[in-house]
Ligand binder design. Structure first.
Ligand code: ATP
Length: 325
């Protein structure tokens, strides 16, 4: 459904030096530097996938989304999305995609939300019956009924984001590009937005490309992760594969009836110990958790055992470290 091959994009940025003399000089002689935002980006996405597009600040995520949504023309490379070249056949193409930039609004600030929706209906020439059905469904599932007649500037960030997502879906697109859709949202709103993204993916088969810095978004939603750093694609795989790569360590915390001697567990490294609780790190490549617990249960009377995997956040940090980004 989506194919990018060898996409490159550079920006020419004017150098600015501090001070009045330098500013005056810059009026006559402009110096530039070139920022290579995307370098040889190649990937494919199948219909119905949810792909998490991640990377540190300035990595090139938004630039890729802009290229894929037809807002930006790349310097080189091939991009075909549902058979369209986004920046060449933009008018026909936009009927098939929805785009949400978490940091920018596509809604008119001073008018009620419903007015923006109606404007979008006219822009996309959505037939009356389809518009009515979509609007009702979105209002219901995103809980917008009380918001539709409120001017956008009076909405909270979470309320606005739900309206933004609805606005991007009014015309029934097959692909949704979400650039940081949960930025700044509270925990309840984040869960609501994630749940909705999951629902439209499962029930309507909408393909979703999502950029985020919130690794819980990735954990909750993404079938697959693409990681970009310094404009280059550095990782393409599932979260499960990432866990397999860096996630063989488990932290085992055991609570037991008071026991004066330190515990002897050669399969694990002891991280901390007290007469009632010990914390171990176990590398599941070399030892089994069951053996560790069996050995512990022969030495102490166990009350509770908790086994934790590395948080996704940490796996991503290790991936960044591995690629030096
Ligand atoms: N219009 C522009 N003019 C000049 N440079 C730009 C422009 N847009 C992006 N860049 C540069 O391209 C690089 C990639 O930017 P981009 O916005 O794609 O990163 P990002 O991964 O989305 O970052 P963030 O997570 O901070 O939003 C950065 O170095 C940025 O400064």
């Amino acid at each position: 459904m989506i194919e990018l091959r060898g996409i490159g994009k550079s920006f020419k940025v004017a150098k600015r030096s501090a001070g009045l003399t330098q500013a005056l000089k810059a009026l006559f002689v402009r110096e530039h530097t070139v920022v290579e935002a995307l370098h040889d980006i190649t990937f494919q996405v199948k219909e119905g996938e949810i792909v998490g597009y991640i990377g540190p600040n300035g990595a090139g995520k938004s630039t890729t989304i802009k290229v894929m949504s037809g807002i930006l023309v790349p310097d080189q490379g091939f991009c075909s999305i549902m058979g369209y070249t986004p920046w060449k056949q933009r008018t026909a193409y936009v009927h098939h995609i929805g785009v949400v930039f978490g940091q920018r609004s596509q809604l008119w600030w001073d008018v009620p939300v419903i007015d923006s929706f109606e404007l979008l209906r006219d822009i996309y020439r959505i037939p009356a019956a389809a518009y009515k059905a979509n609007c009702e469904l979105l209002a219901e599932t995103l809980d917008l009924r009380d918001l539709l007649h409120v001017p956008v500037r009076q909405l909270s960030l979470g309320q606005r984001m739900r309206c933004e997502i609805a606005a991007s879906l009014l015309h029934g697109p097959r692909i949704l590009f979400l650039d940081e859709p949960t930025i700044g949202l509270d925990a309840v709103s984040k869960i609501a937005v994630r749940q909705f993204i999951k629902t439209i993916n499962k029930e309507k088969g909408v393909t979703v490309i999502l950029t985020t810095h919130d690794m819980s978004d990735i954990e909750a939603l993404a079938d697959r992760i693409l990681m970009i750093g310094g404009g280059t694609l550095l990782y393409d795989g599932t979260l499960g594969e990432l866990r397999g790569k860096f996630g063989t360590q488990r932290t085992v915390t055991v609570d037991y009836r008071a026991h004066a001697q330190p515990l002897d567990v050669p399969e694990a490294s002891l991280l901390s110990w007290s007469p009632e609780r010990a914390v171990f790190s176990v590398d599941t490549e070399n030892a089994s958790i069951a053996d560790v617990i069996a050995r512990l249960s022969r030495q102490v009377e166990l009350i509770d055992v908790a086994i934790e995997t590395k948080p996704v956040e940490q796996l991503i940090v290790e991936l960044y470290k591995e690629h030096d980004v």
